[in-house]
Design a protein around this ligand. Structure first.
Ligand code: GDP
Ligand code: MG
Length: 283
């Protein structure tokens, strides 16, 4: 497949500068990754940007990923001492656990503050992640949670709005958007499947075909069940079989590839094919 590596915006430096600026204002960063592709959606440059700021990894969209694989990832993060929390930002499932993790992660700082005579110090945090991992959704979910906007808090300027979450968390209302990794065809495809890079970046029909191949290898039962097909031939034949089942057929029984492409990508993204993970931790 032809990877168009010139796709990404020329404002990479501007983006990292603005994240760097915002990071100065916080104690803690929430890095969102997509549970279906945590490797492809993690930010290669974040470590460097973070310096000695604390990070909590948010394993978002866990509801769309394979529960067995979710467990493996969480165990992997635990083994590697990476504070991580499974989350569904749409429903808010996992937010109490996230708040617990915030407190655990910030305990040291709090103890230090107490020693210095600083009391009831609020924790300031910001959300960072590549496009489409759920940053805005999480901000909204946290904002709804018994919170108020605190733009007029003394010392807080209008340009950065802080959202008060519970008693002691202040969340920056603007997330840091980092560009996704594009280092291999495999990772680029994962980003395309989950919709973290625009459909124009990679040839969409090829992406859908690759996804059919991936699902045929890793989740054949889900694919067969969803589309009421039997996987027999090569991925292209499977894709054509799906098209026939769904009536993505033109006159003279030609396959309508654009339509079947949309069906496959859409049903994967909504997890109507099933809860699917694209990556497992290296063990
Ligand atoms: N199923 C599911 N969908 C989510 C979750 N978080 C976000 N979404 C959806 O993912 C899409 C992108 O979310 P958005 O917050 O705009 O991502 P952003 O680009 O990182 O700000 C939206 O359609 C959300 O409804 C989640 O935890 N589970
Ligand atoms: Mg957003």
């Amino acid at each position: 497949m032809n990877l168009n590596i010139n796709w990404y915006p020329g404002h990479m430096k501007k983006t990292s500068d603005s994240i760097r600026e915002n990071l100065k204002k916080v104690d803690l960063a929430f890095e969102l990754v997509d549970a279906r592709a945590p490797r492809a959606t993690e930010n290669p440059l974040l470590k460097e940007l973070l310096g000695d700021k604390k990070r909590i990894l948010i394993f978002n969209k866990a509801d769309l990923a394979d529960p067995e694989t979710n467990k493996k990832w969480l165990a992997y993060y635990k083994e590697n001492n990476i504070p991580a929390v499974e989350l569904n930002s749409n429903t808010g499932k996992g937010i109490p656990e996230l708040m617990k993790e915030v407190h655990k992660t910030m305990e040291e700082k709090r103890a230090r503050d107490v020693d210095r005579g600083i009391i009831s110090k609020q924790v300031r945090a910001m959300i960072i992640g590549v496009p489409n991992v759920g940053k805005s959704t999480l901000i909204n979910s946290l904002a709804k949670k018994k919170s108020t906007k605190t733009g007029n808090t003394p010392g807080v300027t209008r340009t950065n709005q802080w959202i008060k979450v519970g008693e002691d968390l202040l969340l920056l209302d603007t997330p840091g958007v980092l560009w996704p990794k594009f280092e291999s065809e495999e990772l680029a495809l994962h980003l395309a499947y989950i919709g973290s890079i625009k459909d124009e970046v990679l040839p969409k029909e090829d992406v859908a075909l690759k996804l059919v191949e991936h699902l045929s290898d890793h989740y054949p039962d889900l694919l067969e069940k969803r589309f009421k097909i039997k996987i027999q031939g090569r991925p292209l034949e499977t894709m054509e079989e799906i098209a026939r089942k769904r009536g993505a057929i033109m006159r003279r029984s030609e396959i309508e590839y654009t339509r079947v492409t949309d069906i496959i990508l859409d049903e994967f993204r909504k997890a109507t094919i099933g809860r699917i993970s694209l990556e497992e931790p290296n063990v």
